[in-house]
Design a protein around this ligand. Structure first.
Ligand SMILES: Nc1ncnc2c1ncn2[C@@H]1O[C@H](COP(=O)(O)OP(=O)(O)OP(=O)(O)O)[C@@H](O)[C@H]1O
Ligand SMILES: [Mg+2]
Length: 264
């Protein structure tokens, strides 16, 4: 089984998807095989990895695998990504589209929270890491990921509301996951501070996050860089010369990931 890591924050727009995609890239460059499971109906991770949704085609997505509720159903939805880079062959994707919203209707069904765990059974054995890109919520879609995950990484901005949300995630991981998701060993492994600027407010909030989360704060923090946002919207790997700085930041963050997250 791959080591499964959920990237979470119920605050929107803090950089969860960017972190998932760039850690997948960093890990692949280190020779690791990575599965990205897009658990957000926005489908941003799928798009950033160059997967193209064609409504005219019946494309398999993670929504179907969860709906199937059978062991290993995710095997049938894992696909190559669309990047033109040598290491891209070590990254695979279980994509999402807006249809994933339909799984929300099943949230109240008995044992529905187990369905992603069931779908992944035996399906990610040949990967080193499975990364879940979670939506900005702690409701059903995120809970599916937290029931299937070994580890959690929170992404936050140096912003008071994002840090408050990060604190709520820590409580959820420590108190509710063992009780409600039968996942007593789920562990918070790190907190990534993203889109950091040098303003006084951000510096103050970054220090506050360090006081709250201590050694869980991963180094380096990721600086706010337009080139990183542009590579995301271009569905491109960080190979371009303009991306040298974000590339270096994520290479270092990948080393921190490899130290903090146990291997499978
Ligand atoms: N370090 C950064 N520097 C500049 N732009 C960034 C950075 N991180 C993320 N962005 C941009 O900010 C926007 C939100 O990022 P992203 O989609 O990764 O956040 P998210 O937490 O996944 O959002 P959501 O909650 O909607 O899923 C995107 O346009 C992204 O390109
Ligand atoms: Mg996202």
């Amino acid at each position: 089984m791959a080591r499964r890591v959920a990237i979470v924050n119920n605050k929107g727009g803090v950089g969860k998807t960017t972190t998932v995609v760039r850690l997948a890239e960093g890990l692949a460059k280190e020779g690791k095989k990575v599965l990205v499971v897009d658990m957000d109906p926005q489908g941003n991770a799928s798009e950033m990895l160059g997967w193209v949704h064609d409504p005219a085609q019946k494309q398999p997505t993670i929504s179907q695998a969860i709906k199937a509720n059978t062991e290993g159903a995710a095997r049938g939805v894992i696909q190559p990504i669309g990047w033109d880079a040598l290491y891209a062959e070590r990254i695979a994707l279980a994509p999402a589209t807006l249809h994933l919203e339909n799984r929300m209707a099943e949230a109240g069904l008995s044992g529905a929270w187990r369905r992603l765990l069931t779908a992944l059974e035996g399906a990610d054995d040949h990967f080193d890491f499975t990364l879940f890109d979670c939506p900005p919520s702690v409701f059903h879609l995120t809970q599916l990921a937290l029931a299937a995950a070994h580890d959690v990484v929170i992404v936050t901005e140096a912003d008071i509301y994002a840090i408050e949300a990060a604190k709520r995630i820590r409580v959820f991981v420590e108190e509710r996951a063992p009780r409600d998701l039968a996942n007593a060993t789920l562990s918070l492994r790190g907190v990534v501070i993203n889109a950091l600027t040098s303003t006084a407010v951000q510096t103050e909030q970054r220090d506050s996050a360090r006081r709250i989360f201590g050694d869980l704060i991963w180094d380096p923090s990721i600086r706010h860089r337009t080139a990183l946002a542009e590579a995301g919207t271009d569905a491109a790997p960080l190979t371009d010369a303009r991306c040298a700085e974000p590339r270096a930041m994520f290479e270092l963050l990948t080393q921190t990931f490899l130290k903090a997250v146990p291997s499978a």
